[in-house]
Design a protein around this ligand. Structure first.
Ligand code: SHN
Ligand code: NAI
Length: 198
């Protein structure tokens, strides 16, 4: 059978979840950077014996707590999501196993089999957000797609969201009638060449 991405994307309210990043080097910086770019309000803690200068600068700017020391399972207390980025494979796998034991979602950044979830390429335009994954096959493709969507999605897409949000509150009728009205009202937005029924 042909390859197919069966991952299920969800949009997490990371301001009400506790995220731990184990490690403070290049990979930690990359993951923190994209997390904060999408979700500046994310609640993040880090644990590492050594932090790179750029990591310290970014973490400080966003109020990310940087604990000093080596990882142990006490650091998992109260955590919902953990990202392991150390340069020590055994430590990363230990983090993975500790998380599995506690049903905490875990991502070992450079080791796909040890990931419950992947970080994606992310485009944000106002209230609109698009997340991109290549099923872990090519992060560079995810990055390039992210860049091209950032270019082609108009900045004023959020105007449509806001206007339709106001409009949907004014529509009378039951749920089915509302769906019908909104679909009728917006059908000109999609290409005339293709006929969609939804
Ligand atoms: C599986 C996954 C797990 C995870 O980390 O969550 C993973 C794993 C690995 N990344 C590797 C390398 C690179 N990663 C990037 C960039 C990004 N990587 C991201 C996600 C993911 N990376 C998850 C899958 C996502 C999906 O499903 O598509 C992005 C989208 C989001 C983010 O990082 O937050 C972010 C772009 C953000 C943006 O720009 O928008 C670049 C490109 C660059 O930096 O220019 C390179 C170098 C080039 C290359 O290899 O492609 C390696 C090889 C390491 C080695 O060779 O040693 C592995 C390990 C492996 O594949 O075995
Ligand atoms: N640099 C890169 O862009 C990429 C690196 N990798 C791999 O990812 C791993 C990490 O790479 P980098 O981030 O560049 O390394 P790095 O040397 O910049 O950072 C490693 C971090 O892990 C921390 N650490 C080590 N042992 C720890 C422990 N017991 N508990 C908590 N923190 C601990 C260190 O203090 C440091 O902050 C390496 O194995 C590397 O081969 C994979 C893909 C890309």
């Amino acid at each position: 059978m042909e390859d197919r991405n069966n991952l299920y994307p969800i949009f997490l309210k990371v301001e009400q979840l506790n995220v731990l990043i184990v490690g403070g080097g290049n990979v930690a910086l990359e993951k923190l950077n994209f997390l904060l770019k999408s979700s500046p309000n994310a609640k993040v803690q880090m644990i590492a014996p050594f932090y790179r200068a750029e990591t310290i600068a970014l973490a400080t700017e966003y109020g990310v707590e940087m604990l000093d020391g080596v990882y142990n399972d006490l650091h998992l207390s109260n955590k919902h999501i953990v990202i392991a980025t150390t340069d020590n494979v055994d430590v990363n796998i230990e983090v993975y196993q500790d998380c599995k034991q506690r049903n905490i979602l875990v991502n070992v950044a450079d080791n796909p089999p040890y990931c419950d979830f992947y970080m994606g390429g992310i485009v944000t335009k106002g209230n609109v957000k698009i997340a991109i994954s290549t099923n872990g096959k090519s992060p560079t493709t995810a990055k390039r797609l992210r860049q091209s969507f950032e270019d082609v999605i108009p900045d004023n897409i959020d105007d449509m969201v806001k206007n339709l949000n106001i409009f949907r509150k004014t529509i009378k009728g039951d749920f089915e009638e509302k769906v019908e009205t909104l679909n009728e009202f917006t059908k000109g937005l999609i290409s005339k060449k293709e006929v969609h029924h939804d």
